[in-house]
Design a protein. Structure first.
Length: 404
């Protein structure tokens, strides 16, 4: 019986493991199943270049259709897996087809967290996760005048920056006291808040939306918890995502905040792996189990599992890194700041080019950089090598970090 690999999920993680299996010399059948009707595509540009019309759908594709045929990857787009039969190593598809597997990889991704308030289902209330949602948002942005973004995280702020660059009136509402509070420290939060405010965006922190009001079926206004009304003909909700875990749960696999996997990204079933946004794994960089939502994580985990399946196993230990583009600002993050107890700033925030180094005890645990790509690249190498760096060295802008 051939050693088929079945990959469930046609996003970045799913594509990456399929491609990496062939790179690693794996010659057995590979099936890549995605429930969207498109070829696998990049998500990061959806909130930036795509919605402002600087990048078309063709340039979003990770590979053209010919790539999959040329690498003997059977791509099943617009198909959905509805069940896993672990005892017989089969997956059942909504179309009625069954596929046998030797190894199964769950790259299921995540879905938008929905806002549960009156009026949230009115026309003009949008989310952004998929290409279909991005196409709708792009069309609505062209006609909108007053745009309200609910959620001051990465996607929400990227959409806000895109809308403002198109000349729209933009308001951002954040439930926490500061922007991107779960991902960055106060220095970065304040810099990003100031950058948006200087460009005319109204930022309302520590607020929540009580209801959305409409005219007929069309959203026209939202009301904050303090009673303040805000006009809006387009409302974009970006309050986070929820990992897809139902398929794993129904198959009897452990699920926490994501599908639980070990250091090799294996579930409790040695023949089933989980990677990307849906997987919770033990991180050497935080000393805890984490679930990360980033392209880097999806790519590196895909590469890692492909090597394991190809007979070259090694624990997953890639340095986490992330980025966000807002206006002309490039924010880059390396490592995980969880549990840090000290930070120092390198460079001058007033210049628009600076980095914040976070330490957990005596060890560097993460670095956030604004328009300082050299610091970011050095940070990734320092973290990977576990190089000892003192806070004084980190703060010394005259010290070339590369020599360490």
């Amino acid at each position: 019986m051939p050693d088929e690999v079945v990959i469930v999920g046609g996003g970045q993680a799913g594509y990456q493991i399929a491609a990496s299996l062939r790179t690693e010399g794996y010659a057995e059948p590979v099936f890549l199943i995605g429930d969207e009707p498109h070829l696998p595509y990049q998500r990061p540009p959806l909130s930036k270049a795509f919605v402002v019309g600087k990048q078309d759908q063709t340039r979003l594709l990770l590979r053209p259709e010919s790539y999959y045929a040329g690498h003997q990857i059977e791509l099943l787009s617009g198909e959905k897996v509805i069940g896993i039969e672990r005892s017989t190593r089969k997956v059942r598809l909504k179309s009625g087809r069954e596929l046998s597997y030797s190894k199964l990889v769950l790259a299921l991704g995540a879905r938008n967290r929905r806002l549960q308030i009156p009026g949230a289902d009115l026309d003009g209330v949008c989310y952004l996760r998929t290409l279909g949602e991005a196409v709708e948002l792009k069309q609505r942005l062209e006609q909108a005048h007053d745009v309200v973004v609910i959620g001051g995280g990465f996607v929400g702020l990227e959409v806000a920056a895109s809308a403002r660059s198109l000349g729209k009136n933009v308001t951002v509402i954040e439930a926490l006291p500061r922007l991107m509070a779960r991902a960055v420290g106060t220095s970065i939060s304040e810099f990003i808040r100031s950058a948006h405010a200087e460009r005319g965006t109204e930022i309302i922190p520590d607020a929540h939306v009580a209801e959305i009001r409409g005219c007929g079926s069309k959203a026209k206004q939202l009301v904050l918890g303090n009673g303040r009304p805000i006009d809006a003909d387009l409302i974009v909700i970006g309050i986070g995502i929820v990992p897809h875990t139902d398929l794993a749960h129904e198959a009897g696999l452990p699920v926490e905040n994501g599908i639980a996997v070990d250091e090799f990204l294996r579930t409790s079933d040695e023949n089933i792996f989980a990677i990307g946004d849906c997987a919770q794994y033990p991180s050497a960089f935080s000393g805890s189990r984490v679930r990360l939502e980033s392209v880097q994580n999806a790519v590196d985990q895909g590469v890692s599992v492909a090597r394991t399946i190809a007979g070259k196993p090694a624990p997953y230990a890639a340095v986490p890194w992330f980025w966000s583009d807002q206006f002309e600002i490039r924010l880059q993050m390396a490592g995980l700041p969880h549990g840090h107890d000290r930070h120092v700033v390198r460079g001058e925030p007033q210049s628009g080019k600076f980095s914040v180094f976070h330490f957990r005890g005596a060890m560097l645990c993460s670095v956030d950089s604004v328009n300082r790509p050299a610091d970011h690249l050095a940070a990734r190498k320092l973290l990977a090598a576990k190089t000892v760096l003192s806070p004084e060295q980190a703060a010394d802008a005259s010290l070339d970090l590369r020599i360490l």
